[in-house]
Each structure stands twice: as structure tokens, then as C-alpha cells.
Design a protein around this ligand. Structure first.
Ligand SMILES: Cc1ncc(COP(=O)(O)O)c(C=O)c1O
Length: 447
């Protein structure tokens, strides 16, 4: 073992693979074995590995200006270009952009902006935020409190109450519906529950509701038809902002520019990271609607400073790379490509619906998941995470990276640049992994 404390790892299972290099949609381990990166790293390497244009851009930026901060009146061309590009692109009128380094810090920033705005606009009590079960929003103290995944909470003594975090149900119909409930009644119930929560807490104490268009780490949960329409209507009734966490869904993942457009969300705040730079370098953006930024700016000007910013907010390397990546998305029509190949991916994933281990197939565009269950008719789950983990390991042995999530759901989220031939490789290897898992589960009498 090295001296490393590994992130989001069971220490007993650390250092199982040393990834040595990447090329297109493939990675290679130290022994030279090739794997199709069916998870795009951590839902992020949208353009795959080794893109020479991006590498070239990074080199040029580092030669020209390797660092410049943006505190106290300074800025630089790459940051200005990126902020303007993002503002023009997001589904928000007059969006304003704060740059950071990760999805977690961008969500942290937005939570602070909510508080700043609450004070500055004369409603200091309006700081609570509604977050959903199974949501994932990061791991800083504040973003982990928004996250609703038990392993991200255990032992951390997170300040849920101090941060005003409220919880409402997820959009997961397969697991969340009551016996005999239709999808549309499930949606109605979620909207009713949300409204009841708002009324119980006091609408004027709640600033926003955070939601991923499709929940990723919580299980790749695609909301049923009409879900966000119903949620948005409730929020609008009480002047509560929809805070759209696009860290996974942004930049083509669902087959369109932003998940908000696919899901008909009308966000007032957005979080962007991951595919923003196709994960070539760390960069994130917290975006808010102009009137929020104007209120903060006016108040900060009175105080003399807006007291929030990271050393690496707007790091030139991140900005130049993200700007180039966005240019490539637009020039090469990557979002259309993701929609096209994504339709084939979804059709191949749906073929697993009849597999004896599969309870649910979910997905849209270039993201999907299978829930492995002990009994399909009753939806009886397997205990713990062992079965999903076994399946991911079996896939790895066959040269495919997938990700085991809670509830024995296994996720796929390949780079957006893959072609149908890669989808076929993914589907074939996934089937082989499922069959190996079925043999094991049968031998172990787990079903
Ligand atoms: C939806 C969502 N939000 C926020 C984050 C946190 O991003 P980061 O890991 O870059 O801090 C993630 C990470 O997976 C995510 O999926």
C-alpha cells in the first residue's frame, strides 16, 4: 500500500487497478490490458482520452499564462471567454458565472450565494434548501449535506440543520411507487408531498430546491414524464428557485446540451463541472440568474468586497481547456451524436429487461443503469452491494468498466464520442458479466 488515503474507496479493496494510459474511449492498466471505459471515468470524460486539440490548447495556455487569479480587480482573457460562452449557452436568461474547481465547490458556492442573497435582499430567513432522496451533490461539508447517500454521511456529523437542508422524495418510480400506483399518480404524489413540506416549513424560509435532471450516483434515476413540470409548478407557486445540478447531465449526456432542456426544467441556478472540460483539467461553474447576481453585486459593492473566491477560481488552464472543449462540442455536433448513439445504447440496454437478474433498466441518452434483484416479480432486492460489485468486477475481467452503485444498480455512462460499434462491445461484455454474475448468485444461493 502507498501512503494514500483513497477517495470514496473501501480501504480493504484499495489499489486493485493501476490505470496507466488512455486512448479514445479506452483505458489501459499497467499490464497493458485494454478496457472500454463504460463509465467515462466518473461520468466525465465526454470526449475520451488523448484528444490532441485539447492537449495543444492546454500547452499553449500554460506557456502563455500558467496562472492568474481573479481577486481584487484582476481577470484574464480565458476566464472572460469561458464565462461569456457559458452565459450564452445555459438555458437561463442573463446567466452569471462563478468559476471553481469541482462540482462540490460549485454547489458550496451556490449555497453561499443563496445565503448572501437572502441577507442582501432583506429576507435573511430565506436560506433553506430542499434536496431529494438519492440525490448526489458532492462531498464538501455543505454539498455532502445536500447529498442523500448514506455512505457520504456516515461518521461525518454533517450540519444538516444549520445548513437548512430539507429532504423530499426521489423521482424513482420503480422503488418509490406504492402498490398499484401509476406513473402519473406517483408524480402527483411527489408534487403534493413537496408542497406539504414547503407549507410545513414556511414558504418564505425556503430559497431553492436542488435536483439533478437525472440522478446519477443515486442510481441513474430518470424521472417519469411530467415530473419536473409538476415540481416546477409547486416551486413557482412559492417563489422557490429550481437549482439544477448539471454536473453529470450537462454538455450532452442526455442527448441535448443540458439536462434542463431534456427535462423541461426552468433553473435559476446551475452547477456545471465534469464534461465542462471533458475532465482534462478540474474546472467548475456555478451559474445564477442575473437578478440574483445583481443583488449580490450591489450589496458587495457597499461592503467593499464580495468575500468568496478560491485561489484557483478561473484558473487559466481550466478556462482555456473548457472553452476549447465547448468549441469542439459545438463544431462536431457532439450533443446530436450523443442523442443518436445514445438511442442505440438505450435499445441495447432495454434488451437486458428480460435477464433473470434485472429488475429495472433505466436510462436516457448516454447514461443508463440496471438494477439487479433477487426476485423480479416481487422486486426483492439483494442485500448489501455485493452482487452489483461482483458484476462490475466480472465486467472488468472482460475488459469493460461499469460502476456498482447502491441498491445493486450498475451504471454505464460511456464517453460521448463512442460509436455504435463501441455500444455493441459494451452490451456484449455487459451480458457476459451478467451471466457470470447469475452463475455466481445461483451457486451462492442468493436468489
Ligand atoms: C450531480 C453531481 N453533483 C456534484 C458532484 C460533485 O462533483 P465533484 O466530484 O467534482 O466535486 C457530482 C460528482 O459526481 C455529481 O454527480
Amino acid at each position: 500500500m502507498t501512503a494514500m488515503i483513497y477517495p470514496t474507496t473501501n480501504p480493504a479493496l484499495a489499489e486493485q487497478m493501476v490505470v496507466a494510459r488512455g486512448e479514445g474511449p479506452y483505458i489501459f492498466d499497467q499490464q497493458g490490458k485494454r478496457y472500454l471505459e463504460g463509465m467515462a471515468g466518473l461520468w466525465c470524460t465526454a470526449l475520451g482520452y488523448g484528444n490532441e486539440e485539447i492537449i495543444e490548447t492546454a500547452q499553449r495556455q500554460m506557456r502563455e499564462l500558467s496562472f492568474s487569479h481573479m481577486f481584487g480587480g484582476k481577470t484574464h482573457p480565458s476566464a472572460i471567454e469561458l464565462a461569456d460562452k457559458l452565459a450564452a449557452m445555459v438555458p437561463m436568461t442573463d446567466g452569471r458565472v462563478f468559476l471553481g474547481n469541482s462540482g462540490s465547490d460549485a454547489n458550496d458556492t451556490l449555497l453561499k450565494l443563496i445565503r448572501y442573497h437572502a441577507e442582501a435582499s432583506g429576507q435573511p430567513q430565506r436560506i433553506k434548501v430542499i434536496a431529494r432522496e438519492q440525490g448526489y451533490h458532492g462531498v464538501t461539508m455543505a454539498s455532502a449535506a445536500l447529498t442523500a447517500i448514506p455512505t457520504n454521511h456516515t461518521h461525518f456529523q454533517l450540519p444538516f440543520e444549520a445548513l437548512g437542508v430539507l429532504r423530499t422524495g426521489s423521482a424513482h418510480y420503480y422503488r418509490g411507487a406504492v402498490e398499484g400506483e401509476t406513473e402519473s399518480n406517483f408524480v402527483k404524489r411527489r408534487a403534493t408531498e413537496l408542497e406539504a413540506l414547503i407549507l410545513a416549513e414556511g414558504p418564505d424560509t425556503i430559497a431553492a430546491m436542488i435536483a439533478e435532471p437525472v440522478s446519477g450516483a443515486g442510481g441513474v434515476i430518470v424521472p417519469p414524464d411530467g415530473y419536473f413540470e409538476a415540481i416546477q409548478a409547486v416551486l413557482d407557486r412559492y417563489g422557490i428557485w429550481l437549482w439544477d445540478d448539471e454536473v453529470i447531465c450537462g454538455f450532452g449526456r442526455l442527448g441535448a446540451d443540458f439536462g434542463a432542456n431534456t427535462m423541461e426544467m426552468k433553473p435559476r441556478m446551475m452547477t456545471l463541472a465534469k464534461a465542462l472540460s471533458s475532465a482534462y483539467v478540474p474546472v467548475s461553474a456555478a451559474v445564477v440568474q442575473g437578478e440574483i447576481a445583481d443583488c449580490i453585486n450591489a450589496s458587495a459593492a457597499e461592503v467593499g468586497v464580495f468575500g468568496h473566491g478560491y485561489t484557483y477560481s478561473g484558473h487559466p488552464l481550466g478556462c482555456a481547456v473548457a472553452s476549447k472543449v465547448i468549441d469542439i462540442y459545438v463544431r462536431d455536433r457532439i450533443f446530436d451524436h450523443a442523442a443518436e448513439v445514445g438511442a442505440y445504447l438505450q435499445s441495447r440496454l432495454r434488451e437486458f429487461a428480460d435477464h433473470p437478474l434485472v429488475g429495472e433498466v433505466s436510462g436516457i441518452g448516454m447514461i443508463g443503469a440496471l438494477e439487479l434483484v433477487a426476485d423480479r416479480a416481487s422486486k426483492r432486492p439483494f442485500e448489501g452491494m455485493k452482487v452489483g460489485q461482483f458484476c462490475a468486477k466480472a465486467a472488468e475481467e472482460k475488459g469493460l468498466i461499469i460502476r456498482p452503485l447502491g441498491g445493486n444498480r450498475i451504471a454505464v455512462c460511456p464517453p460521448l464520442i463512442i460509436e455504435n460499434v463501441h455500444v455493441a462491445e459494451l452490451a456484449d461484455k455487459l451480458l457476459a458479466a451478467l451471466n457470470t454474475t447469475l452463475d455466481w448468485v445461483t451457486a451462492e444461493k442468493l436468489m
